[in-house]
Design a protein around this ligand. Structure first.
Ligand code: PMP
Length: 366
């Protein structure tokens, strides 16, 4: 036999997604604050529904009908305008696949979610990065980067890994400036962490316009990252195109049951949001107090904090000190952030401990 299969060149150009780790370089188990999971765990109601769900021998409902009805009821959306995915990751990939291909461009901001680059490349499209504005999404830079070949624009709001969030008026301005035939994917994985008055209006845009797809997830505030469930909403034509190409049974029986129950426990969601708001503010204040050591947080709105190390203490040294202290956080040198650490908001005790470790390291470094 001669030869061997060769992957497509655009597939070979992909840098595989690097997941947040739970172990140190020496293999020691660490407290994992590297993947933006919920420190309060999962709603007890969702755990109970998960345990009671039957049917490992049977395929799940291919349309996740009960779950889509429940999502629709919470958000005031017709279930026919919702599609569920194996995490919102699947839906981001499907959106790129359905609307972009070779010779097309997929546009997103510098320092945004790394899956956008992968989603663009896997369908042979060209990923285009617009410059950020002090770590935040820059609407003018995105609009300036639109060309006749742009087919999809991805914006995470709040953004990962920076935590920054564009206000409603900026999201509306971006949408208004995009040609109608460009798909605007607004990734709201962290939207539930926003407090009163901070909503970016994405769901209203998706309800009113044919070119807006909003994605959400059960992985963050709903504490179901392990079950891999996301959803998207938009015009029926957008939803139909994603339904054509998604896996037919892409959300498991247990996942559908747990997510439906999690939606009914909005008290857990509220407690998670309140915990996050308090601890994020406390942690940002602790990092701001280290300004004379060149340490500063990027003001964020999600369930993590991006901390910049611009003085004697480097991000690599801080990463090492945190690992020594028992914590895994995220260093993203491959995303142009060698000088930063993204730290998921954990319990109050964990955040005190982390702030103490960073302060001590900063003082020792000079
Ligand atoms: N979008 C953003 C901005 C994220 O940070 C994440 C999770 N890291 C996702 C989407 C994907 O989440 P999931 O596939 O678990 O829904």
């Amino acid at each position: 036999m001669q030869g061997r299969p060769t992957p497509k060149p655009w597939i070979e150009a992909i840098h595989a997604y690097v997941p947040g780790k739970a172990r140190g370089a020496d293999g020691r188990a660490l407290i994992k604050l590297s993947a933006n999971e919920n420190p309060l765990g999962t709603s007890p109601a969702a755990i109970a529904a998960f345990a009671e769900a039957t049917g490992a021998a049977r395929y799940p409902d291919p349309d996740a009908a009960a779950l889509r009805e429940a999502i629709g009821a919470v958000h005031g959306i017709d279930a026919g305008r919702i599609v569920c995915g194996t995490g919102s990751d699947e839906l981001l990939n499907l959106a790129a696949q359905a609307y972009a291909g070779p010779d097309d461009e997929v546009l997103f901001s510098r320092f945004s979610f790394s899956v956008y680059d992968i989603a663009a490349r896997r369908c042979g499209a060209t990923p285009v990065e617009a410059p950020d504005r002090d770590y935040a999404t820059d609407v003018d830079a995105l609009l300036a980067a639109v060309t006749g070949r742009t087919r999809v624009v991805f914006v995470a709001n709040p953004n990962n890994p920076t935590g920054t969030c564009l206000p409603k008026a900026e999201i509306a301005r971006l949408h208004a400036g995009l040609p109608g035939d460009v798909l605007f994917v607004l990734d709201q994985a962290y939207a539930e962490y926003l407090t009163e008055g901070e909503d970016d209006g994405g769901l209203d845009l998706a309800a009113a316009h044919a070119n807006v797809l909003v994605t959400r997830t059960f992985s963050k505030i709903y504490g179901l990252a392990g079950e891999r469930i996301g959803w998207a909403t938009g015009a029926p034509e957008l939803i139909a195109s994603l339904n054509r190409i998604r896996g037919p049974f892409n959300v498991t029986n247990h996942g559908q049951a747990a997510a439906t129950a999690a939606l009914a426990d909005q008290d857990f969601v509220r407690r998670s949001r309140e915990h996050n708001a308090v601890e994020l503010a406390r942690f940002e204040a602790a990092m701001t107090a280290l300004g004379n050591h060149g340490v500063r947080p990027v003001p964020g709105k999600a369930n993590f904090s991006l901390v910049l190390f611009e003085g004697a203490l480097t991000a690599v040294a801080a990463l090492g000190a945190l690992a020594e202290g028992g914590y895994a956080v995220r260093h993203l040198p491959g995303q142009g952030l060698p000088h930063a650490l993204r730290i998921t908001i954990g319990t109050a005790e964990q955040m005190d401990d982390i702030a103490r470790i960073i302060r001590k390291s900063a003082e020792q470094a000079g």
